[in-house]
Design a binder for this molecule. Structure first.
Ligand code: PGA
Length: 251
């Protein structure tokens, strides 16, 4: 049995006082979380240290939303793996579609980031997903295969144990359109099969694959009930404590 992992991607939202308020709301409602359910919050860089202090002693874990692959140096405005770790992060979201589309991140760049994160003891939440046009052209699996294969190039089997893959169809992000549980499950099973081919069935069986894209309290239960859906990467609905808690509950 794989754990269920619910992560909140706060994106470019919440200043420091708002961070404290949201975390206090989540903490107040988080009771009796079973050991097989993991909760991760990914606030913006500026809130990481505050968040890290506020979640001490709770089950909540901390993640960042991006990083650069170089160790340090003249990379103005970039953030290193070491900086994220020293601010208390255990996870880092890499390859989010907003990074791919708006900031033109390639599979090659994302691969370098994944390798650096793993070498630095940070666990990547590696996002993949097709656009609406790609889905309508019936090339979803081809797109996912390329993203997964190129993103994981050179990552050894031991590394996969520390990676979460998040399947996020781009057309479902922030649009209110969710993939149906069957549509999501089909791609999740495909990703697991692909990882089994690239590594082994044992490695694939342990891999956590989250679904992301307009996950809300009212659709979480059905999505999380699918055989290969092991959690959710939540955007919009993680910005309100009651909604985030409403997604953790069915997990
Ligand atoms: P959404 O975002 O839940 O607002 O659709 C998900 C994500 O981008 O991770």
């Amino acid at each position: 049995m794989r754990n269920k992992v619910i992560a909140g991607n706060w994106k470019m939202n919440k200043n420091i006082p708002e961070t404290a308020e949201l975390i206090s709301g989540i903490k107040a409602g988080l009771k009796d979380v079973p050991a097989n359910v993991e909760v991760i919050i990914c606030p913006p860089f500026t809130s990481l240290e505050t968040a890290s202090t506020l979640i001490k002693g709770t089950v909540i874990k901390l993640g960042a939303q991006n990083m650069y692959f170089e160790e340090s140096g003249a990379f103005t405005a970039e953030i290193s793996a070491d900086m994220l770790k020293s601010a208390g992060s255990e996870y880092v979201i890499l390859g989010h579609s907003e990074r791919r589309v708006i900031f033109k991140e390639s599979n090659e760049l994302i691969n370098k980031k994944i390798q650096k994160a793993l070498a630095s003891d940070l666990k990547p939440i590696f996002c993949v997903g097709e656009s609406l046009e790609e889905r309508e052209s019936d090339i979803t699996k081809k797109v996912i295969e390329t993203q997964v294969t190129e993103g994981l190039a050179g990552v050894p089997a031991e590394g996969i144990a520390n990676i979460i893959i998040a399947y996020e169809p781009v057309w479902a992000i922030g649009t209110g359109k969710t993939a149906s549980p069957a549509q999501a499950e089909e791609v999740h099973a495909f990703i697991r099969g692909l990882v089994a081919k690239l590594y082994s069935q044992a490695v694939a069986d342990k891999l956590i694959i989250q679904y992301g894209g307009s996950v809300k309290p009212d659709n979480a239960k059905e999505l999380l009930g699918q055989a290969d859906i092991d959690g959710a990467l939540v955007g919009g609905a993680c910005l309100k404590a009651d909604q985030f808690l409403g997604i953790i509950k069915p997990a």
